[in-house]
Design a protein around this ligand. Structure first.
Ligand SMILES: Cc1cc2nc3c(=O)[nH]c(=O)nc-3n(C[C@H](O)[C@H](O)[C@H](O)COP(=O)(O)OP(=O)(O)OC[C@H]3O[C@@H](n4cnc5c(N)ncnc54)[C@H](O)[C@@H]3O)c2cc1C
Length: 435
């Protein structure tokens, strides 16, 4: 996880339809996942502060990364003037591992995969692509997995007792679609008709701003603290949003931000008396049938169909983005700051040429896929008519295949997803070990 942010989903996030009636709920509760959050946070060594905000439940933290002076001032202004929630972000420290030249713990190579390899029970088969699996028609269990050698295109069929799919949402959907009965006569049946549908991402808005320098901020200006998952802040609204005009959309969002952490040298700053910050709002996207992954008629060089993605923002997301824009404006104003574009903040030679095509900074929200938090397509649920996997991530009609990554999400929430993916994976794996 590049940003290193690890926020928990809230109790409400597991049952959002209870509040607004739209779409599915998760088949599990916060209480069921909470011990697994505890474990993963301990395992990864997460920093954070217990702020007691129900939209982002407290976790297990090994310490706090202090906010910059300007961030503290910003936080106190948005809290006192606007009554907005404000917390230190939670996540990884940026990279004691960089200094030590190790893989960071925010990458599986530096954490979970490393631990797995240490057991001596893991073999990595590199440079192979998983194409599909086949089931034994009598047992209705997966028994064979086809993999392709990426150096020479040769296909190899492996026998298997258990398959844990975590190839990332779209790749996992591709494997599932290639293994489904519709395209593979030895494949599994999805009786819900939902496989590949209800794909989600987060919708986002990114804005830069300047604020008057806080006292003592000179020190941090000379030696700026790192920006990291834990070294930053959040305005974590969730669906508890401030009433700015009417709220004409479902669900909610949070705003990630930082001030004085970008390490911009003084000579590049247009006004050395100001501190530079950014705010990035990211919001929940509703599960909609039309947003989907299917198999393209085109194939890759190995003859395997590639994924075809259809996705557009609905009115709900676009209305949410307008609300995000207004809360960002209000927050910056409350902190006596000004929203500015990059060229107004920095002396970049030919800067406008460079920044004009940056979609992150455009007035309208960047397109789906930009935030790279894709989830959904094989949602978990309470019965096989309405979901692709059961509450322990198993395909209903092929119980030895577990969908562990974002593909199993029935709703997207607004928080960065990977901590929850890991907690769900642990829960599902402990269950399969038990059975
Ligand atoms: C720039 C950036 C910043 C991010 N920041 C955050 C953050 O701060 N917090 C957060 O929670 N999330 C963050 N994310 C999202 C996070 O990275 C993903 O949620 C997470 O990596 C998903 O994990 P995964 O194991 O499902 O997929 P991946 O990490 O993508 O791993 C999938 C693996 O499967 C392999 N694979 C794919 N298809 C096949 C196949 N057919 N056969 C064999 N192998 C295959 C891939 O090569 C890859 O190694 C960020 C993402 C990006 C891009």
């Amino acid at each position: 996880m590049g940003g290193g942010i690890t926020l928990r989903l809230s109790s409400e996030d597991f049952h959002p339809a209870k509040k607004d009636g739209f779409g599915p709920n998760w088949p599990i509760s916060y209480e069921e996942i909470s011990p697994h959050y505890d474990f993963i946070e301990n395992f990864c060594g997460i920093y954070g502060r217990k702020d007691d905000i129900k939209e982002v439940p407290n976790g297990k933290y090994i310490g706090e990364i202090p906010l910059t002076e300007n961030e503290n001032v910003f936080g106190s202004k948005v809290k006192s003037k606007l009554n907005y929630p404000f917390i230190q972000s939670r996540g990884f420290d940026r990279n004691s591992s960089v200094k030590e030249k190790n893989w960071p713990k925010s990458s599986s190579v530096g954490s979970s995969l490393k631990k797995a390899l240490d057991t001596g029970n893991v073999q990595i088969i590199s440079n192979y692509l998983v194409e599909s699996f086949e089931i034994n028609k009598i047992t209705e269990l997966a028994s064979k997995l086809t993999i392709v050698n990426l150096e020479n295109g040769h296909k190899v069929v492996l026998d298997c007792d258990l398959i844990l799919l975590c190839a990332s949402t779209i790749s996992t959907l591709r494997i599932l679609l290639n293994s489904e009965y519709k395209s593979n006569s030895s494949g599994f049946k999805d009786n819900s008709g939902k496989l590949g549908k209800y794909l989600m991402d987060h919708i986002s808005i990114c804005r830069f701003f300047s604020v008057p320098k806080a006292k003592n901020s000179n020190k941090s200006q000379d030696n700026p603290p790192d920006l990291s998952g834990a070294g930053s802040f959040f305005i974590p609204f969730g669906s508890n949003l401030p009433e700015i005009d009417d709220i004409n959309f479902h669900r909610g969002y949070g705003i990630w931000g930082a001030i004085n952490r970008l390490g911009i040298p003084k000579f590049l700053q247009k006004d050395a008396n100001k501190s530079i910050g950014f705010l990035i709002a990211h919001g929940e996207v509703l599960p909609r049938e039309k947003n989907s992954v299917s198999l393209s008629r085109k194939t890759d060089e190995w003859g395997i169909p590639i994924p075809y993605i259809e996705f557009e923002w609905s009115e709900n997301e676009l209305n949410m983005a307008k609300h995000m824009e207004k809360t960002i404006q209000k927050s910056v104003k409350a902190a006596n700051g000004k929203l500015k574009n990059i060229n107004e903040l920095m002396n970049i030679p030919l800067g406008s040429l460079f920044t004009k095509n940056l979609i992150a900074l455009s007035d309208s929200p960047p397109p789906p896929g930009y935030y790279i938090h894709e989830v959904g397509g094989a949602p978990m649920g309470l019965n096989e008519e309405n979901s692709v996997v059961d509450k322990f991530n198993r395909l209903w009609r092929c119980k030895n295949v577990l969908v562990l990554d974002g593909a199993c999400w029935p709703t997207s929430s607004w928080q960065s997803p990977t901590l929850t993916m890991m907690a769900l994976s642990r829960r599902a794996c402990l269950n399969i070990k038990k059975t």
